[in-house]
Design a protein. Structure first.
Length: 306
């Protein structure tokens, strides 16, 4: 992990220098909307309210593309999201996300190193900090098919529950297929994950599969983009053995399975202003009854890009 952090620090310094380059491009976005949630949760803390609420969403972001050479590109970005609920304000969430992608392209192959960081707050108090670094290779198998593989490490720190602090290791493989001159995209992906936490009951190994289909099209000269996706995740937590001295059983298994379906529709009213509607349904199953529930989320928002 420290080696990755050193590489990321070097990349960040290099990218800062590249900000002075004349061939850098920038863009920003801002979003405001409404959301409804059938079951407010803080998933990373196993907090499940079994109550519904509506709220407002605010988001903004800034990213840049910095071309050092024809082959070397840096892409830093920052995103902020905030959800404020009308009644259950103890579930108000603020999320800061930042990243830096450094990519070198040789022929039809991309070689890259990427850093992703996040800080999550509930009721204006930070409860989770995430740092993740990955090495990846992407290659065009043909003009319409792109395969990307990556290995990543992650570090999670919890402000109020240090027993959940964990180091993670993961492998990803994603296949992208483009048709209709790129207007239609099909993605198939699979991941393997392993996480070692401060407390043994939070150690797990798992795998996931995800797929996404999106399509861009015009209706009455207005640009539209719609898509649907599905993600399935299976986590096998470490079993705690029976205690030999007290003859008591270990804690119940936390094994869980998650199935989440997502859909969206984006309608461009103008070149820089869009209406976005999103819907999500999640089925969360666990050997812990308290962690078994379903959740439906829907939102509509107005997004401006600059």
């Amino acid at each position: 992990m420290r080696t990755f952090n050193a590489l990321i620090a070097l990349s960040t310094l290099t990218a800062s220098i590249q900000l002075l380059a004349a061939n850098a491009t920038f863009n920003a976005n801002a979003e405001v909307g409404l959301t409804t949630n059938s079951d407010l949760t803080i998933k990373d803390l196993d907090v499940i309210s079994s109550q519904s609420d509506t709220g407002t969403r605010l988001a903004s972001g800034l990213n840049a593309e910095l071309n050092a050479t024809d082959n070397l590109k840096f892409t830093p970005s920052y995103q902020y999201q905030q959800t404020n609920y009308h009644e259950l304000d103890q579930y108000d969430l603020a999320l800061h996300q930042y990243s830096l992608d450094t990519k070198y392209t040789l022929s039809n192959t991309d070689f890259g190193i990427r850093y992703d960081g996040a800080s999550a707050k509930v009721e204006q108090q930070t409860f989770l900090t995430l740092n993740q670094a990955s090495l990846y290779i992407g290659h065009y198998l043909n003009p319409t098919t792109y395969l990307r593989t990556a290995i990543r490490t992650a570090d999670k720190q919890f402000a109020t529950q240090s027993i959940r602090d964990a180091d993670g290791l993961g492998l990803d493989a994603n296949l992208y297929y483009f048709v209709n001159q790129g207007a239609t995209m099909l993605m198939l992906g699979a991941s393997l994950d392993k996480e070692d936490a401060a407390a043994e009951q939070f150690n797990f190994q798992g795998w996931s599969f995800n797929t996404r289909l999106s399509h861009s099209f015009n209706v009455f000269k207005l640009k539209n983009k719609a898509g649907i996706g599905w993600r399935y995740q299976d986590k096998d937590y470490q079993e705690l053995a029976q205690q030999p001295l007290t003859d008591t059983e270990g804690e119940a298994s936390r094994d869980e399975k998650r199935s989440v379906i997502q859909a969206f529709w984006q309608l461009a009213l103008f070149d820089s202003l869009s209406v976005i509607t999103e819907a999500e349904f999640g089925d969360y199953q666990s050997k812990l009854a308290a962690n078994t529930y379903t959740q439906s989320i829907a939102s509509v928002s107005l997004k401006a890009t600059f």
